[in-house]
Design a protein. Structure first.
Lengths: 654, 250
């Protein structure tokens, strides 16, 4: 009877998780987009609900109609029209960054409007009280009954709609190929808009139902909703019944674990597992499920990079401009007043983390949403080593070196995963590290990070940080030049062609993850040293998503863009109200599909024009069409265009 | 002398034998063409030989070395190079860099050496190879052009250049004439004949019979997963079976 009682409690948790997972899957089934921003829409809706009821004193029912009938679907319609419709032909990476942008934007709004404050008095939609079950000893809350009913209605209704109705057939056609469906007179835009409105409604419903159970907190509630992705992964993003069954089973298992009492030294592990079972399932599911029921289209980095981004045929002064700008940005803080300099200490550390993302995603095309985890581990290892008597200058490099094997190990899943699947796997890694390491007092309790003797002063320490950044950039340079650099870009642009050229792509992928993990670890170690403390919230997995979006906006294949981006992020955070940086990054990320390569890409295009105007020709000695024989090369054309034009002229004259 | 030797290669998809016990010799110093109707199993055979797909049985031997079971990159390093039916290029690299990737990865180099920025001792040799390949394919003028912005036919030539730059002993090309104009086809024929003249074993999977007639020393016809006809180009292309398969294309 005791275990049955626990199971009923677990059923309540499982119901809410099932609702979120069904919402996630339903959104995917009716839009074709795996909406990572689902959690953020849920959180935003929950905050609006709180505002309506607690501040504007609306009755809960009216507030629910406003939030679930207007706000949430309105968000869905807005997103479809302004973000996803323009990106409908974008690759998986472009859509992924857009959803991340929406997530960051919504979190930014929450911070801007509510200051990111946590509330424990979120209004509840569900009735209080419970019903006595036959047998007389067990009680089932009304809330659980309503939630079960909602899950059943949504799952069954959606299954019937998609499989047995004409509208469902049209929805599936739109998801499969929107343009083709439109060509067959299917109202594709209207159906897609409806799908997004419905998906956002489900997100809002999940948020409104979860907020009273958990704290209404932007980061933790978003992460909690994101963690239910494990259920969706178990269902391979296709099977609603499997998702519901898995969610209920995990919820029940979570509460049953409270009855497990192993030897004292293992109790901590069991407790950690109990409170984080959904994260563990997410991680394990992503490791064991061979593939998801999704289509991955385009190259790995499609939509993130600008074609020809690695060209080197620019005149020197143009090529040096961005580096000069970055040097200026990093040099300015030496002249700051003490308060501003203290804030600027975060810049080089964050810049190192950002360039680690450039290495993994920009150069090698391996989407990594887990850099926050590696950064935190670097900080943790460094703090432990320094606390154990290892000199700071040794610990700050040895700590990140210890992260390299972790990156190597966690890079193995990347061998067979791409796009969204890889993104989820790396995010799960960060979530597991955050929940099972950073959140455990046994690992992080009482950590103090002292700066090295002679560098306690902020000016000196900032100089030391910049020196570490320069060392990191030397590594980055090795990864972007020479045979290794070309091999990484080859891996990014076409795995099949890279293999045909003799590149061991499996080893290369693991190697890149290891390098990026080490670099992120160095950034984390510097972050902790600058703050003189290990703060787990600095390495929150959701923070890692913000970082990824920021790097994408500044140019995912630009180390200089990453450095300037880190400085800009810190400056905006310090110089404006909280939430503005999130808004700016979010807007930039959702617009990224319209300017591939981000801000660095835009600058690069301008530099290319300037370079083309100052460089008369780029090649000579061709047996086909010697450019040098052309007295007046058309300057508006690209090098390829000039050569083709020269060839045409040659034919006409010859 | 046979450079690439395929014996009893088999690949099944469910109940369908896509490649059904194929024996094929690709001699050094000659161009061998493989033709056949859609669904004959040509590309599946191609993938099984390169290691992109795992064969269910049979052996692939290159220059006396057995390659069966090796991953594709190891086959490439063993001296096999290939291009794809759908163009696969490194769009973020220039034309010269694309070719260079082919030249500099045929021998493995420790990743740590690259990370530490140690100079590549073969750099001069690689540069000479790249220059020669670009010249041979008429791509020198486009050396610094981003590969992703080129016309389809030129991309196809760059892809061939990348494969050739590895200086393989066997070169496999899957529909290399697709998307090429007449001038480019003529150039490709000259290039492939030249490579064969240098002693390379060249295997071409192709639909364009004019191209096959111009480039091949011998032709194999594949139907239903088996080689059903072999011979000189003039004999095979005039055979009733081939005329039936390609009716209307000539």
């Amino acid at each position: 009877m005791f275990y049955a009682g626990l199971a009923l409690n677990g059923l309540a948790i499982g119901c809410v998780a099932a609702l979120a997972a069904v919402g996630l899957l339903a959104t995917y089934r009716v839009t074709g987009v795996f909406n990572i921003a689902f959690g953020a829409i849920a959180v935003f809706s929950a905050y609006v609900m709180w505002q309506c009821v607690r501040v504007w004193r609306m009755p809960v029912g009216v507030a629910a109609i406003v939030v679930l009938g207007l706000v949430a679907p309105g968000i869905g319609l807005l997103l479809e029209r302004s973000v996803y419709r323009p990106l409908r032909r974008s690759g998986a990476s472009g859509l992924l960054v857009a959803t991340l942008g929406v997530l960051v934007l919504q979190l930014g709004l929450v911070f801007l409007l509510w200051g990111g404050r946590s509330y424990v008095n979120a209004p509840s939609l569900l009735p209080a009280g419970d019903v006595l079950l036959p047998g007389g000893s067990l009680r089932l809350p009304y809330a659980t009954i309503v939630e079960l009913g909602l899950v059943a209605v949504v799952a069954a209704g959606l299954t019937v709609l998609l499989k047995a109705t004409r509208i469902g057939l049209m929805v599936r056609a739109v998801v499969d190929d929107r343009d083709l469906a439109a060509a067959a007179s299917v109202p594709a835009d209207a159906l897609a808009a409806g799908g997004w409105a419905f998906g956002a409604f489900l997100a809002g419903l999940a948020g409104v139902l979860w907020a009273p159970i958990y704290h209404l907190d932007p980061y933790s509630l978003t992460l909690t909703v994101l963690e239910t992705m494990g259920v969706a992964v178990l269902a391979r993003l296709t099977s609603l019944p499997v998702a519901v069954g898995a969610a209920l089973a995990i919820g029940i298992a979570q509460t049953e674990l409270t009855a497990v009492h192993p030897a004292v030294r293992w109790q901590g592990v069991v407790d950690a597992l109990r409170t984080n079972l959904f994260v563990a399932v997410l991680f394990v599911a992503l490791m064991v499920v061979p593939r998801l029921g999704i289509r991955e289209s385009g190259a790995v980095g499609a939509g993130l990079h600008r074609v020809g981004a690695r060209r080197i045929s620019r005149s020197d002064w143009v090529a040096r401009l961005p580096l000069g700008a970055a040097s200026l940005v990093l040099g300015l803080p030496f002249f700051f007043d003490p308060a501003d300099l203290r804030a600027a200490l975060a810049v080089p550390a964050l810049a190192v983390v950002f360039v680690s993302l450039v290495v993994a995603t920009g150069y090698a095309g391996q989407i990594s949403l887990g850099q926050a985890g590696y950064a935190g581990l670097g900080a943790l290892f460094m703090a432990k080593l320094a606390g154990g008597g290892v000199p700071w200058l040794v610990a700050v490099f040895l700590g990140p070196l210890l992260v390299v094997p972790v990156g190597w190990l966690t890079g193995y899943p990347a061998i067979h995963r791409r796009g969204l699947y890889l993104a989820l796997t790396t995010f799960a890694t960060a979530a597991v590290v955050a929940r099972f390491v950073f959140a455990q007092p046994v690992f992080v309790g009482g950590l103090v990070v002292a700066r090295p003797p002679g560098f306690v002063d902020d000016h000196w320490f900032y100089g030391l940080e910049v020196a570490c950044l320069v060392l990191a950039l030397l590594v980055v340079r090795s990864l972007h030049t020479g045979p290794l650099g070309r091999a990484l870009v080859a891996l990014r642009d076409s795995e099949a062609a890279a293999v045909s050229a003799g590149i061991d792509v499996r080893r290369m992928k693991v190697f890149v993850f290891a390098c990026a993990a080490g670099l992120a670890g160095l950034g984390g170690a510097l972050t902790a040293s600058a703050a003189q403390a290990f703060n787990p919230t600095d390495f929150d997995p959701v923070q890692g998503l913000v970082w990824f979006a920021a790097v994408a906006v500044w140019g995912v294949d630009s180390a200089v863009g990453a450095m300037v981006g880190a400085a800009a992020l810190v400056a905006v955070d310090v110089g404006t109200v909280v939430g503005v940086s999130g808004l700016a990054i979010g807007v930039g990320a959702v617009l990224l599909g319209r300017f591939p390569g981000g801000i660095a890409g835009l600058v690069g295009r301008l530099a290319d024009r300037a370079g083309a105007a100052s460089v008369p020709s780029v090649a000579s000695g061709s047996s086909l069409s010697p450019v040098s024989s052309n007295p007046d090369p058309p300057r508006r054309l690209s090098p390829a265009g000039r050569a083709v034009a020269a060839r045409v002229r040659e034919r006409r004259t010859g | 002398m046979t450079e690439l030797e395929i014996r009893g290669l088999r690949r099944r998809f469910g109940g369908v034998a896509a490649v059904d016990g194929v024996d094929l010799d690709v001699p050094a110093g000659a161009v061998t063409a493989l033709i056949g109707p859609n669904g004959a199993g040509k590309t599946t055979l191609f993938h099984c030989v390169t290691g992109l797909d795992a064969a269910d049985g049979g052996t692939v031997t290159l220059g006396g070395r057995r390659l069966s079971g090796l991953p594709p990159h190891a086959r490439a390093r063993a001296g096999m190079a290939w291009t794809f039916q759908r163009i696969e290029l490194f769009a973020g690299l220039t034309v010269a860099e694309n070719v260079r990737v082919g030249a500099e990865n045929r021998r493995g180099r420790p990743l740590a050496a690259g990370l530490l920025g140690l100079p590549d001792r073969r750099r001069g040799e690689v540069r000479a190879t790249v220059s020669a390949v670009l010249d041979r394919l008429g791509l020198t003028a486009l050396a610094d052009a981003p590969a992703g912005t080129l016309p389809t036919g030129t991309m196809r030539l760059v892809e061939v250049g990348r494969a050739v730059a590895a200086e393989p002993s066997a070169l496999l090309l899957d529909e290399p004439a697709s998307g090429l104009d007449d001038d480019q086809i003529a150039r490709l024929v000259r290039v492939l004949r030249g490579l064969a003249g240098d002693g390379m074993a060249v295997l071409v999977v192709e639909h364009d019979l004019r191209f096959v007639g111009a480039v091949a020393d011998s032709v194999r016809v594949m139907v239903g997963g088996r080689i059903v006809l072999s011979g000189r180009p003039d004999e095979v292309l005039a055979a009733p079976l081939v005329r039936e398969i390609y009716a209307g294309e000539e």
